[in-house]
Design a protein around this ligand. Sequence first.
Ligand SMILES: [Cu+2]
Length: 167
Amino acid sequence: MNAVNWVGRCARASRGLWLLRVLALVAAIGCVRSAPAQVTISEPWVRGTVEGQTSTVAYMKFKSDIGARLVSVTSPLAARAGVHEMTMDGNLMRMRTVDALQVPAGGTLALEEGHQHLMLEGLKRSLRPGDTVPLTLRFVDSRGTTQTVEVQASVRALGASSSAPAN
Ligand SMILES: [Cu+2]
């Protein structure tokens, strides 16, 4: 009787230990998943160019749980890339360089025509619909952690707009 009880207790204890291990594993996976608060990028696209055109614009949407600043953009297809903002100067629409773009915590920032865009200058070749443009974006999040996000932006026709469906 005593021996049976002991075996029973032992089995219960090891079942408890097993459950603890599973819980620890679930917690560890949860930590790994939530620790790097990645900026996510959606709907990246680049406006196509005509022969001889050396610059174009890129649009996309950014999302960050904790907030982040876009500090640099590079592409192997462009000599230079950066953030531009459209401003009105009298009746003239002008472009101005923005040093760092802020993605709000828990919010979405959409680069849209007439507001902000990524400017790609010194293009190494013309871009046609169906091409993809690799872009590397570096962010510094609100904890001071630097993260790099790579996207493949699809090229849309020269006359495409943000509201039109992707081609
Ligand atoms: Cu521009």
